[in-house]
Design a protein around this ligand. Structure first.
Ligand code: PGA
Length: 264
């Protein structure tokens, strides 16, 4: 927890399927250089590159305090699962976080909430912090079902009885991902409040330490406004994380907000 009584914000770069070795290492080094030169401030930062870059990025990030994360894991520890990566393998190469249930995996790989829950549990068993993604589609939002859909995803996908700081939730409206569109500030605040309230019964010890991130078209221009919203404890950043300087601006916005609002 930050001194202000709210959890330390977390800003996560999700590079998705972007970056060959040379680009990825250069970008990670640039980011680590900014972190070393300017210091982290009251903000945690994680970098989730393609799995091919995990090992080399661990070295590139050394000494910067930027954590490493993966974009997915399998629900079991080992076995005949061609092409998959188990959570202990990710921990073994230095990951601290793993994204599970991203809408692109739900859509592209048919992942259900139940599968997402199994992956989150596997991550926890391996000592990783799962970043569990939820969010409604444009059609669901249009029907006025956004809140109901996200609540249902939380009910089915979240493990029970864990400590609130053992996992992270990312609210990512699907229609906002990669589109340049974001919800109104009031909608983000309302959804984050609903998520915190819906989680109250699931965590041992309450939700004070729970981090609920916003994701979907966060960039260097809108980050300060979004990260200042009540109940927003950081961001999951896709496209805008592919530029080290722009991503660092987002991280600084998260840190500035906490430093400037000690009572919140
Ligand atoms: P975006 O992606 O920032 O490019 O919208 C966010 C995400 O999918 O995690």
């Amino acid at each position: 927890m930050a001194a202000s009584g709210v959890p330390r914000p977390l800003v996560v770069a999700n590079w998705k399927m972007n970056g060959l070795r040379r680009d990825g290492i250069d970008r990670a080094r640039a980011l680590a250089g900014l972190a070393r030169a300017k210091g982290h401030g009251p903000c945690d930062i994680a970098l989730c590159p393609p799995a091919t870059l995990l090992v080399e990025l661990r070295a590139a990030l050394d000494g910067s305090e930027i954590a490493l994360g993966a974009q997915d894991c399998h629900a079991t520890e080992s076995g005949a699962h061609t092409g998959d990566l188990a959570a202990p393998m990710l921990a073994d190469v230095g990951c601290r976080y793993v994204i599970v249930g991203h809408s692109e995996r739900r859509a592209g790989h048919g992942e259900t909430d139940e599968a997402v829950r199994s992956k989150a549990l596997a991550a926890l068993r391996a000592g990783l912090v799962p970043i569990v993604c939820v969010g409604e589609s444009e059609a669901e939002r249009g029907r006025g079902d956004g809140v109901k859909v996200v609540r249902g995803q939380l009910d089915r996908a979240l493990p029970e009885g864990v400590a609130a700081d053992a996992l992270v939730i990312a609210y990512e409206p699907i229609w906002a991902i990669g589109t340049g569109r974001t919800p109104q500030a009031g909608e983000i605040v309302a959804l984050h409040a609903m998520i915190r309230e819906a989680c109250a019964a699931r965590f041992s010890g309450g939700t004070a330490a729970l981090r609920v991130l916003y994701g979907g078209s966060v960039n260097a221009r809108n980050a300060a406004e979004i990260l200042a919203l009540d109940g927003v404890n950081g961001a999951l950043v896709g496209g805008a994380s592919l530029d080290a300087v722009g991503f660092w601006t987002i991280c600084e916005a998260a840190g500035r907000h906490v430093a400037a609002a000690p009572g919140r």
